[in-house]
Design a protein around this ligand. Sequence first.
Ligand code: NDP
Length: 445
Amino acid sequence: MNASKVVENLKQRFPNEPEYIQAVSQVLVTIEEEYNKHPEFDKANLIERLCIPDRVIEFRVSWVDDKGNVQTNMGYRIQHNNVIGPYKGGLRFHRSVNLGILKFLAFEQTFKNSLTTLPMGGAKGGSDFSPRGKSDAEVMRFCQAFMSELYRHIGPDVDVPAGDIGVGGREIGYLFGQYKKLTHEWSGILTGKGLEYGGSLIRPEATGYGNVYFLCEMLKTRNIDIKGKTILVSGSGNVAQYTTEKCIQLGAKVVTLSDSDGYIYDPNGITSEKLAFVMELKNIERGRIKEYADKFGVKYVSGARPWGEKADIALPSATQNEINGDAAKTLVANGIFAVSEGANMPSTPEAIKIFQNAKILYAPGKAANAGGVSVSGLEMSQNSERLSWSSAQVDKMLHEDIMMNIHENCVKYGTESDGYINYVKGANVAGFMKVAKAMMAQGIV
Ligand code: NDP
């Protein structure tokens, strides 16, 4: 395989999908060497079959807003690869959603799910519908219309969606209710469900907690303790909130949070009480992060990201490409020594190069944020068993069986001759090898 040739070919076939090409290119350059040790892979044209999704489902979603107007959005589900288990991956509701973004996320999800050690294939879906500014009734009607089409393509052993940006507990509840109504059956068809109806303890916390567990494993390789460190977090949604909670529990100081309008800087650190305010603000009142600055009298910077503030560690937890080359240079110049990605692909290729050239600890999302989908996998197991496991049990599995294991795999496949751990290479090669072997075993299908 010649990685640049494959990428060039995909670019020509899918010219309007830059995020998808970016994600594929990132993976192929890191697995090229390992791939070429296996001539049987090339003979089976494994790479093309792995890069192109098994199936792309695209549909119209029409719904009625509170004023009686009929609205139309696009709906998508990308079923990327199911060789190691049922398709699995979140749904994103955001105005920026398009086919290329969902294809990048489904591609990444396939490797991430492989890394978790659990039997899950890769998928992603969503809509260009934005819940922002919509009433609960509008969100419900949209979710019902979305599921009225999606339900025929998913199933507990076929494809099990979850949440992502813009899809939290409220949306999952409405989607689940409509699936149940349409199919006349209760099944674990979605993860991230409420505790009252089959959800797992620790699922809301899992992505943020998992990222901090992974960070601690990275820090251990350099004998650094997270306690007392100053941390930049971006976003203020699910991942950012529980990342902040775990950092506080471990004695670190989180000084920033953001949303798509700007960021707050709290030099004294976000305390548990202030975090409770953020959770109420974002999850119940659905307000803006600026209100934190108004309430606690700290700095708010409109239309900017937090990467210029001084700290030790950065945990990007908002969206893709939120750290560009300039931001990465600033972070490194300010003495940041670790970046661990809660979001999916938040660093651009230039940013990653800058982190790796500076030899700082850098973990890509597919390894560091895999805790979320892992606990989704555990939620599926609990639903199949018709049992619920305790918080302590799930948290221990997340920490010790899953995140520590993913870290070990990254070290195994990513350690370079000078001892530097290339977590990007480690995660990509480890995730790829399992999927590749399963594809080889299952023939050309
Ligand atoms: P939420 O919708 O709960 O929160 C997203 C946060 O990011 C919000 O603060 C949002 O601000 C901000 N944001 C979204 N788009 C942009 C943008 N274009 N520019 C700046 N800020 C933006 O989503 P999650 O916390 O669930 O997801 C965050 C990231 O983590 C995503 O990349 C997601 O794919 C990834 N992830 C999530 C997992 C999960 O379990 N939830 C699992 C693994 C990865 P605003 O309120 O203004 O929209």
